[in-house]
Design a binder for this molecule. Structure first.
Ligand SMILES: Nc1nc2c(ncn2[C@@H]2O[C@H](COP(=O)(O)OP(=O)(O)OP(=O)(O)O)[C@@H](O)[C@H]2O)c(=O)[nH]1
Length: 205
């Protein structure tokens, strides 16, 4: 069973909880307590593989969102960064968060492949009040090599579901790649150790 940990980040009121709850329950719930951190857990099956999904939805008023990005022991295997298309400030904040994720991961992973991230432009139903055009979101995602989708947690489920599924697939591949690398480097160190212990002796026979 795979364990997958995601963290939701974005400005206060961007709709992080709404997007996540839509994915987990297919329902839209208008109001959420925003003064607490929440950890959601769900068992899922993707491509026939069973997995335990954990999603950390930090309270935006605290500093936890920042902490989890900066946490040196990388808790999250992937990130969902949400902004509100009718609030430019939330888009600028998303840009900063993506940069923080990139910088933190580069420092921690020393050239390892980048952590999977998706950028979500929420509240697409408020397009009459749009402040961020879709192209801006797409190009920000391209610059940061992450997935992108505009969605409306209020009105639809399918796009959110597709996006999370794609992200989870990327996370599973990323975790496999990391495990293979660990395995390869530990078998290299084992080979080196064996060589150090027996290699010279064999040569002298
Ligand atoms: N019109 C519209 N409103 C939405 C949508 N998604 C969320 N909302 C509303 O936006 C407000 C904030 O949603 P939340 O899901 O609590 O946002 P959040 O980012 O988790 O907020 P914090 O917990 O305060 O950080 C609520 O009033 C939601 O009903 C959407 O797709 N369309």
């Amino acid at each position: 069973m795979n364990d997958i940990k995601l963290a939701l980040l974005g400005s206060e009121g961007a709709g992080k909880s709404a997007v996540l709850v839509r994915f987990l329950t297919k329902r839209f719930i208008g109001e959420y307590a925003s003064n607490t951190n929440s950890l959601y857990r769900k068992r899922l099956s993707i491509d026939g593989r069973q997995l335990n999904l954990e999603v950390f939805d930090p309270c935006s008023q605290g500093t936890e969102a920042r902490c989890i990005v900066e946490e040196p022991v990388d808790w999250a295997d992937g990130f969902v960064v949400v902004y509100n298309i009718s609030d430019r400030t939330s888009f600028i904040n998303a840009e900063n968060i993506l940069q923080q994720i990139r910088e933190t991961r580069i420092e921690n992973c020393k050239g390892e492949v980048e952590v999977p991230v998706c950028l979500v432009g929420n509240k697409q139903d408020l397009c009459h009040a749009r402040q961020v055009c879709e192209e801006e979101g797409r190009s920000l995602a391209q610059e940061n090599r992450c997935l992108f989708q505009e969605v409306s947690a209020a009105e639809s489920y399918q796009e959110i579901s597709n996006l999370f599924t794609q992200l989870i697939r990327e996370v599973m591949e990323h975790l496999k790649y990391r495990a293979d690398r660990r395995c390869y480097s530990s078998s290299k160190s084992m080979a080196k150790l064996i060589n150090n212990m027996f290699g010279k002796r064999r040569k002298s026979v």
